[in-house]
Design a protein around this ligand. Sequence first.
Ligand SMILES: Nc1ncnc2c1ncn2[C@@H]1O[C@H](COP(=O)(O)OP(=O)(O)O)[C@@H](O)[C@H]1O
Length: 285
Amino acid sequence: MAALSRLLRGSAASMCPAGRWLSSVVAEPGFRFPATVSQKGAAPTTDPGCRSVQWVFLGCPGVGKGTYASRLSRLLGVPHIATGDLVREELASSGPLSKQLVEIVNQGQLVSDEIIINLLSNRLEDGVAKGESGFILDGFPRTTRQAEILEGVTEIDLVVNLKLREDILLAKCLGRRICSQCGGNFNVASIDIKGENGKPDISMAPLLPPEHCMSKLITRADDTEKVVKERLRVYHDLSQPVEEFYRNRGKLLEFDLPGGIPESWPKLLQALNLDDHDEKKSAAA
Ligand SMILES: Nc1ncnc2c1ncn2[C@@H]1O[C@H](COP(=O)(O)OP(=O)(O)O)[C@@H](O)[C@H]1O
């Protein structure tokens, strides 16, 4: 905990007040965006004293936090830090913690705040040593206590709350596959759901792996129907209050996913007031 405080205090100290996000969700001049990203309507800044973005992604299991957070992290040049990945790395390491964690994770429960903060703290410390700045957190905070601890040590600029219907979330979790060799994330679920009560239809094409990954696909041990349902229940009980925590602070951007990546990505960029020059170039090519 002390290490997390120290690290995050360090980044808060170099924060540019003019760069703080306001509830309008439009970045103030002062944030450092890499050359390929521009903030529509905001003058680019070169002020080296200002820090990079510090964002949080919230949302139920299977909603796509990892997908969109990692795309944004590449666009904004900040690390994407997923606490679920940190937990899985620890499980794979068969270190002293892994025995303790395996049961908790495979039952769909949350790891203790102390353990998760310790893992996050170590990850941030490694990042600082490599010269990283800013972050997009995915899967943290997941309890109001974690949110309070984070608030006590640094300023979060923006919290993006991704939303999708619960029947789709289950299908997406059950369709998740990981390449055991390259670590790539894929999804074999094909979603095609008619909208009801005036809601639009939702289609999501599968995100299929390249040919060479096909035979190496594995499924997460906690992506079984029983465990996913328990994770959704735990999310509603413990993590939904975190949405309220940030809503009360005017930092929550609600984003209803309109479909798969092709429909959702441009709309998310629009909601964030960001431009992806690289994507436009490749689309035009
Ligand atoms: N912030 C956190 N607090 C407690 N446990 C966590 C946290 N982040 C991840 N975990 C543990 O790791 C598991 C996998 O996390 P993640 O990959 O984020 O799952 P999901 O796909 O359900 O969002 C969780 O079910 C939980 O046991």
